[in-house]
Design a protein around this ligand. Structure first.
Ligand code: FMN
Length: 353
């Protein structure tokens, strides 16, 4: 309600100014998070890797890059939070403007380039945050480091944060750091996985781009399975050169991201697959469940719809459980895929008299 009044005002500001203003308010007034947010029912809690999410809807990386407003976001109604991308050293990112809106298409395009305050400033915030839900750290390389150095950087970040977060995400899929996506290569990733697994036993995910070809996606799924990392996060933003530089998120990404997620799920690997990219409403969540998925994350839809989106999703998930006479979502995910798909079929319309 409050957000629907504020949004038109925020949208008169340049996108990054609106983002910074919102984050400052969120940082200074965490209580507003509770007043505008909603708490997921216990019936929505699910196991994701070794973490118990409060609901299957997590906050995707990039919104709270510096972990500065976690107490606010923890009260909004998410099932988990992911901060970052964090780099070892602070960096400014690309020159502005670097964030663009497509309101009619409920989409964004960003060319941020990992602006963040660096590990030294972010680590104490994560250490001091008394989490009531799982928190992940999304880590990436500094712009000017070479692949060998980047492995060392991520290793240091993981060692520093291991006691303070619940899971880690390797981000080699942003289109905004030159040469980064080339690191989705087998030789680099196998070395990186081995190094990070020797540093901490915390859950480890790889976030992938939606612009990889099918062969590459299958290869990465196999590699992640071989190294027994926890799972994949699919997907990051997509390149659409006709729109400009950077990566596109939201509705414009939905179809492409869904195809990638389905392809990964069809491999029937033991990996945990977290779905992200264009999740805008409960139908998108159900589509992911229909394809065999479980937990999702979102970013752009939250920018457009605010905390009302979470309230609505949490309400619809409860309604879904009631309709199917299920005690909780854990019981739903215990069903085999065919049974789950049956629950997800639209109910037949009542016959007219
Ligand atoms: C402005 C902006 C900044 C982002 N920054 C990051 C980031 O730092 N690290 C990352 O892994 N993903 C980042 N993302 C990608 C999101 O986490 C997500 O994968 C993508 O936006 C697709 O989800 P959505 O359609 O729900 O927004 C960013 C997205 C946006 C819109």
């Amino acid at each position: 309600m409050l957000y629907s009044l504020l949004r038109p005002i925020l949208f008169t500001l340049p996108p990054e100014t609106a983002h910074e203003l919102t984050l400052s308010v969120a940082r200074l007034s965490p209580i507003l998070g509770r007043l505008s947010g909603s708490c997921p029912s216990d019936r929505l809690a699910i196991q994701v890797g070794s973490c118990q999410w409060k609901s299957p809807i997590g906050l995707a990386a990039g919104l709270d890059k510096n972990a500065e407003a976690l107490p606010f976001f923890a009260e909004q109604g998410f099932g988990s939070l992911e901060c970052g991308t964090i780099t070892l050293r602070p960096q400014l990112g690309n020159p502005r403007p670097r964030l663009f809106r497509y309101p009619k298409e409920q989409s964004l395009r960003n060319a941020m380039g990992f602006p963040n305050e660096g590990l030294i400033h972010i680590a104490p915030r994560l250490g001091g945050f008394e989490a009531t839900l799982p928190v992940g750290a999304n880590i990436g390389k500094n712009k000017d480091s070479n692949p060998e150095e980047s492995i060392e950087e991520m290793s240091i970040m993981m060692a520093t944060l291991a006691d303070d977060v619940d899971y880690f995400v390797i981000n080699v899929s942003s289109p905004n750091t030159p040469g980064l996506r080339a690191l989705q290569e087998r030789s680099y990733l196998s070395e990186l996985f081995q190094e990070l697994q020797s540093v901490s036993k915390k859950d480890l995910y790889l976030k992938i781009a939606p612009d990889l070809d099918e062969k590459k996606i299958i290869e990465l799924t196999a590699l992640a399975t071989e190294y027994k990392i926890t799972g994949l996060i699919a997907t990051n933003t997509t390149i659409m050169p006709e729109r400009g530089v950077g990566g596109v998120s939201g509705v414009l990404l939905k179809e492409r991201a869904r195809k990638v997620r389905k392809l990964i799920l069809d491999q029937k690997s033991p990996l945990e697959i977290i779905g992200v990219g264009g999740i805008t409403n409960f139908q998108d969540v159900k589509d992911f469940w229909m394809d065999g998925g479980k937990a999702v994350q979102l970013y752009t839809a939250y920018v457009y719809q605010g905390p009302e989106l979470l309230r609505e999703l949490n309400r619809e998930m409860i309604h879904f459980l009631d309709q199917n006479k299920l005690k909780n979502l854990t019981d739903f995910f215990k069903l085999d895929l065919k049974e789950r798909q049956k629950c997800l079929q639209p109910l037949p319309k009542p016959e007219s008299i």
